[in-house]
Design a binder for this molecule. Structure first.
Ligand code: HEM
Length: 273
């Protein structure tokens, strides 16, 4: 009777069968749900006003410095910033889908270029809005978002360099780190809502100057980055226990993200549509 040589049977993809892979998929789906709500808000609130030149409509929503009469450059930077915000948020979600990477590599390459350009534009434009237009409430908040911009610029350069050199394992790692820090602005809103719902707003100051505000100014980029790093390390050389621990953490994060995103939609975004 013929026997099957085990070496020619293709191994089942580990990512789909283990808990780490499943929890990462769940966490991605939660992020996708939350980020699609953010994109919907940007498309419905900022696109009509920015593309029609009705910049004054931005101020229907509370902002630190949205439309300012007579500030042509500031208004233009703000308009470009919010238009690009939808591009990067949607583009990042597309970029992470393995089926798209595998089946349509050209989509991955072109969307990747667009993603990198929008990451650099948002980081540099955001730095301009923060420090030149002076759009900040608390200095720690401005420093926190500046750290995020620097991480975006650094990781974008490293992801691009690795892709150019066809070092794809390294490219995937830098790209995931870039996605984590480029999601910080969205994550900050979701985290505020999740924390607010869980604690009634403990540590949130009236001028966003409480202990939780100061923590989140930096944690909004460092928590997603830390989670991405743990996932990468557990996947590459984690013990079974470490993989299970990271899987639990990703599942918990996904649940927090779902709750925070629902809260952000109900309290921060849909009331202005
Ligand atoms: C890379 C991803 C980013 C996205 C998706 C994004 C998205 C947005 C959105 C949607 C707004 C409009 C405010 C709102 O309705 O909530 C905004 C405003 C702003 N962003 Fe960003 N942003 C990003 C990165 C950055 C960075 C890195 C900085 C700073 C270095 C920055 C600085 C600002 C400033 C100063 C405002 C004006 C806030 C106000 O007037 O209230 N952004 N951003």
């Amino acid at each position: 009777m013929a026997t099957i040589d085990a070496s020619i049977v293709p191994a089942r993809p580990a990512r789909r069968t283990d808990w780490l892979g499943r929890s990462a998929t769940f966490c991605y789906l939660a992020i996708a749900a939350g980020q699609l709500l953010f994109v919907a808000f940007i498309l419905l609130f900022y696109y009509p006003s920015s593309l029609s030149g009705n910049f004054a409509a931005w101020n229907d929503k509370p902002l630190i410095k949205g439309f300012v009469a007579g500030d042509g450059a500031g208004n233009l930077f703000f308009a470009v910033h919010v238009l690009m915000a939808a591009v990067i948020t949607f583009g990042g979600l597309v970029q992470l889908v393995p089926a798209i990477r595998g089946r349509w590599p050209a989509v991955h390459r072109w969307n990747g270029r667009l993603y990198l350009v929008s990451a650099v534009a948002l980081a540099l434009g955001g730095l301009w809005l923060t420090w030149v237009r002076e759009t900040w409430l608390v200095l720690a908040g401005a420093i926190g978002i500046t750290l995020d911009a620097l991480l975006i610029l650094a990781f974008a350069a490293l992801a691009w360099r690795a892709a150019r050199a066809r070092r794809f394992v390294e490219h995937r790692r830098w790209a995931l780190r870039l996605f984590a820090v480029a999601s910080a602005v969205w994550f900050m809103r979701v985290a505020y809502m999740a924390w607010g719902m869980a604690t009634g707003g403990a540590g949130i100051g009236k001028a966003l100057d409480g202990p939780f505000d100061l923590f989140l100014a930096f944690a909004s980029s460092l928590i997603p980055l830390g989670l991405a790093e743990l996932y990468l390390r557990a996947g590459a050389h984690g013990t079974p226990a470490a993989k299970q621990g990271v899987a639990l953490l990703l599942t918990f994060s996904g649940l927090v993200i779902l709750a925070g995103s629902a809260g952000a939609w109900m309290m921060m975004w849909s009331p202005y549509l």
